[in-house]
Design a protein around this ligand. Structure first.
Ligand code: C5P
Length: 304
């Protein structure tokens, strides 16, 4: 095999509680992830020249680093190190997920790159082995490898799948091109605005798990929550305005995903999702609305 292409999905956080950072500087999290049908594609091609060269096209391509700061590049080097070989590959990243949007686009690229490189080099690593490498790349890479719907703990890398009986959830993602937020800065600001350290995480609302598993969809809405939203709404007040509009427009709920600024708006079905997308774009010219559904699977190897 001289070339391999893999698709990996974006994620939403339907619930996110963050405690104050531990000795490693990371914030212990309790979160619910859902993979949604917005896909990154990473293609690796074997070449003669040693090293990893990168080309990025698509959404926010100019904002994506081409060096070791790129999580997909790190993924390839880490996998090569694990397999004891010197990479000689060209990487093409075709982006659909906006950068610095709270949607884990960079982590999806890393997950896709791990799977693609493992195939290209016939590394034979299983999921558990890929997961142990993913942990060293970024907090969301493990979830991007697994996809679906899951509770995340630790930094977000300790996953417990949730098996939904309910059909897909339909979302409108209110993204803000060019107005991304740094995850690190959002966490630092969270610590600054908290009156005192938060040592304990709350329990996961049982009602949320039941609603996600069995429905009805309308019951999910009231449980959507994110501790990082306070920081995001401070930095991007327009997101707060859209949160209010979501109620007025008849959405089932809305939540800032990850470190934002994307607002995920829950719709009753695909028709309402498209209708809401038009309404938000008309109300806020800085919004680019994307209609997606989830959960979807993790990386799809061999995708053309
Ligand atoms: O792991 P990842 O590279 O996605 O995290 C980016 C930054 O966000 C980290 O360097 C850290 O500052 C912050 N972070 C955190 N607690 C987490 C996840 C991320 O403080 N659970």
């Amino acid at each position: 095999m001289s070339e391999c292409s893999v698709l990996a999905p974006a994620k939403l956080n339907l619930f996110l509680a963050a405690a104050s950072p531990g000795s490693d500087g990371f914030h212990p999290l309790l979160t619910v992830f859902q993979a949604v049908g917005l896909w990154e594609r990473v293609t690796l091609r074997q070449v003669d020249r040693p090293g990893v060269t990168v080309q990025v096209v698509g959404q926010d391509a100019s904002l994506v680093p081409l060096d070791g700061a790129n999580l997909a590049v790190r993924a390839v080097w880490i996998l090569a190190g694990r397999l004891g070989l010197m990479p000689a590959v060209e990487m093409l990243i075709e982006k659909s997920v906006p950068v610095a949007a709270g949607l884990a686009g960079g982590s999806a690229d890393a997950a896709a790159a791990l799977v693609a490189a493992n195939q290209l080099w016939q590394g034979g690593l299983n999921n558990a082995q890929l997961n142990s490498l993913a942990t060293h790349i970024g907090s969301d890479v493990n979830f991007c490898l697994s996809g679906g719907l899951a509770v995340g703990r630790g930094r977000g890398q300790l996953l417990e799948p949730i098996e939904p009986v309910l059909g897909p959830l339909h979302w409108v993602l209110l993204t803000r091109p060019g107005l991304g937020l740094s995850t690190k800065k959002v966490f630092v600001e969270l610590d600054r605005i908290r009156p005192e350290p938060v040592l304990d995480l709350p329990p996961l609302p049982v009602g949320l798990l039941e609603a996600l598993r069995f429905g009805p969809v309308a019951k999910v809405g009231p449980y959507l929550a994110n501790d990082l939203a306070a920081v995001v709404l401070q930095a991007r007040p327009e997101v707060g305005r859209c949160l209010e509009l979501a109620g007025q427009f008849g959405a089932l709920g809305a939540v800032v995903t990850g470190s934002g600024p994307t607002l995920a708006v829950l719709a009753s079905g695909p028709d309402q999702a498209h209708q809401l997308a038009g309404m938000f774009e008309a109300a806020d010219p800085a919004v680019k609305a994307l209609v997606v559904a989830g959960p979807v699977s993790g990386p799809l190897a061999g995708a053309q």
